[in-house]
Design a binder for this molecule. Structure first.
Ligand code: XUL
Ligand code: CO
Length: 471
């Protein structure tokens, strides 16, 4: 981040989009009640020897910045900010990007993520659309040079255009596959340009919202899955052919808008990638609300991915419990934020090698421009607290002691022999082991209890020390 203080004018804006603040958002101290300051996120804190920006590599989502805040019951949105004239013009798109950059600058967010369609409107043809993207790239460079804020990941929107009603890679109509490839290839070229011009774009995401089916009875599942794998192989080989080094990532989601999405969850994606020999080329971008839609927690998804060193990003948000659809709310639930950061910090890498993207929108009722600041401040505060809580729980060791005790029986010679069995069939005498099974006491040994409630108490009682870490 550049040191000298910038104003909205430096971003090429005629009017101040956020007159409520006169410079970058500051840390106001723990629990500070000035809501335009951070109350937990302390950009100067150093935890585990790492800067906050390394531990929490926040990214903002351009699509939600521009989200009109309509919903399935009303196309009429509530978000009509003064800088947006509602037109499909290039100038309007550019002004939005400039305000977006200014917003990130104020918040101290160092990365952003975008679909092709977020940047400029599609317009009348794919050709014109791509020309407009090219026209905007120098603006990205200007703003990136001004602020140091870089693109985290790029992606392509293969779910909004009517052409993609039945998916892109998995469409029954090959024309949609081909058009989807044109959009994808273009975004890989764009990523190459951004990289070559010092604007970031180290990651590229595939979220297949309609890569699944609506009506199973009308669908050739096997053929569609193979088409999806083909599409991904095309991206891998094309990137290689243009010398683009980029971390590809799949963002799983079980459904919505499709009835069933082929990239259902981490486990399913890992199996799919393995089947089509794509595993070396892809990571996982795990989204909290998607995990919830799969009736799982974000911790489950991240733990699955982290165990295989496959997590390359997080879309940090949350849903409304029990609602059943993707509400993409800014994270505010401390336990969810703890569950997000815990598997990352507990992993072999110990840090997220990717972006913590706020794939989150304001509530329909929060339509003031300043709510963009409140919303990101909320998410950053919540994640900082979740991070600190994960650090305390991990580093103090109380949890590990209980877990070690729980599994202690496996530390015997016999436990080690059984654990070796897959690789070494001679390590277990199957007859002998079954004979010993007759001698296993039928009563449970209290020494082996999981003490699950005590485990939860450890987390709760770590909160005060977590708060202190952020001071
Ligand atoms: C939709 C979603 C997408 C992806 C990018 O649920 O999460 O915005 O993050 O395509
Ligand atoms: Co997402």
């Amino acid at each position: 981040m550049k040191q000298t203080q910038l104003t909205y004018k430096d971003f090429g804006l005629a009017d101040n989009p956020f007159p409520e603040v006169d410079g970058p958002i500051q840390f106001g101290g723990i629990g500070c009640m000035d809501l335009l300051k951070f109350g937990f996120y302390n950009g100067n804190a150093v935890i585990r020897g790492m800067a906050m920006t390394q531990l929490l590599p926040f990214a903002a989502a351009l699509w939600h910045f521009k989200n009109g805040l309509g919903d399935m019951f009303s196309d009429q949105g509530t978000n009509n900010p003064p800088w947006d004239d509602g037109s499909d013009s290039f100038e309007n798109a550019e002004r939005n990007l400039r305000v977006f950059y200014y917003m990130m600058y104020l918040l101290g967010i160092e990365y952003w993520c975008w679909h092709d369609l977020d940047l400029v409107p599609f317009g009348k043809s794919l050709e014109k659309f791509h020309k407009n993207i090219d026209k905007m790239l120098p603006v990205i460079k200007e703003l990136s040079d001004l602020t140091g804020i870089k693109v985290g990941w790029t992606t392509q929107n293969l779910f909004s255009h009517p052409r993609y009603t039945d998916g892109a890679a998995t469409n029954s109509d090959m024309g949609s596959f081909v058009m989807g490839w044109a959009q994808t290839k273009k975004m890989l070229d764009v990523a190459k340009w951004l990289q070559d011009n010092g604007c970031g774009a180290t990651h590229h995401t595939f979220w297949g919202g309609r890569e699944g089916y609506t009506l199973l009875l009308a669908t050739m599942i096997g053929r569609e899955k193979r088409h999806l794998a083909t599409f991904l192989w095309m991206a891998v080989r094309y990137a290689q052919s243009i010398g683009l080094k980029i971390q590809f990532q799949i963002e799983p989601k079980p459904k919505e808008p499709s009835t069933h999405q082929y990239d259902r969850n981490a486990e399913v994606v890992i199996g799919f990638l393995r089947e089509f020999k794509l595993l070396p080329y892809f990571g996982l971008n795990i989204e909290t609300n998607h995990a919830q839609l799969d009736d799982h927690s974000v911790a489950h998804e991240l733990t699955d991915g982290c165990n295989k060193s496959l997590v390359t990003g997080i879309d940090g948000n949350q849903g409304t419990r029990g609602l059943g659809w993707d509400t993409d709310e800014f994270p505010s639930d401390l336990m969810i934020c703890f569950e997000t950061m815990f598997p990352i910090l507990a992993s072999k890498e110990g840090v997220l090698n990717g972006f913590l993207n706020f794939d989150a929108k304001r509530n329909r009722g929060s339509y003031a421009p300043v709510d963009l600041l409140y919303a990101h401040i909320l998410g950053m505060d919540a994640m900082a607290l979740g991070l600190a809580l994960a650090v305390v729980v991990l580093d103090e060791g109380h949890l590990q002691k209980l877990i070690d005790a729980r599994y202690q029986s496996w530390n015997s010679r016999q436990g080690a022999a059984i654990e070796r069995y897959i690789e070494d069939p001679d390590s277990v005498d199957l007859e002998q082991l079954a004979a010993e099974g007759y001698d296993v006491p039928l009563e449970l040994d209290p020494a082996n209890s999981g003490h699950f409630e005590a485990v939860k108490s450890i987390v709760l009682r770590s909160i005060p020390r977590a708060v202190a870490l952020l001071e």
